[in-house]
Design a binder for this molecule. Structure first.
Ligand code: AMP
Ligand code: ZN
Length: 134
């Protein structure tokens, strides 16, 4: 995709600070650095969201995430680590090419995520679980 920034990085047309690469994925420093050590893991072929990946590519992405996370743990010893993978505008995705944020955390740092629990009744939970059997 000529107008996709991550496709252009994968193709070597736009520079990045790469930390690892294999045949299906590449990981590089996020240009915004929400915290120091913020890395993006990107799949090489252009697919917008998680559900556009086949199982193998999704597994390859998670293998790279795991490798990057363990390297961050070894090198930076953060107090915590957050993975963020956004899909669609409503899901907070701004670059529509599948990627996972690997974000080192420290207590009291700036990132915020509101997580308003709806606490539905058990029968609603059971009905939804039935729909989502897979
Ligand atoms: P998201 O909002 O989850 O789609 O995240 C997109 C991320 O891509 C943001 O954190 C940006 O800082 C990052 N980003 C955009 N352009 C570049 C680039 N050229 N190199 C590295 N990171 C980028
Ligand atoms: Zn792309």
């Amino acid at each position: 995709m000529a107008d996709c920034i991550f496709c252009r990085i994968v193709a070597g047309q736009v520079p990045c600070h790469k930390v690892t690469e294999d045949d299906r994925t590449v990981a590089f420093m996020d240009i915004g650095q929400v915290n120091p050590g913020h890395v993006l893991v990107v799949v090489k072929p252009h697919h917008a969201t998680l559900t556009d990946l086949d199982e193998e590519l999704a597994a390859a992405a998670m293998r790279t995430v795991h490798r990057v996370a363990r390297t961050i743990r070894r090198e930076l010893q953060p107090a915590g680590l957050t993975l963020l993978q956004a899909n669609g505008e409503a899901g907070w995705q701004t670059v529509p090419h599948f990627h996972v944020h690997v974000l080192p955390r420290r207590s009291g740092d700036a990132p915020r995520l509101e997580w308003p629990a709806m606490n539905p009744p058990q029968d609603a939970l059971a009905a939804m679980a039935k729909r989502l059997q897979c």
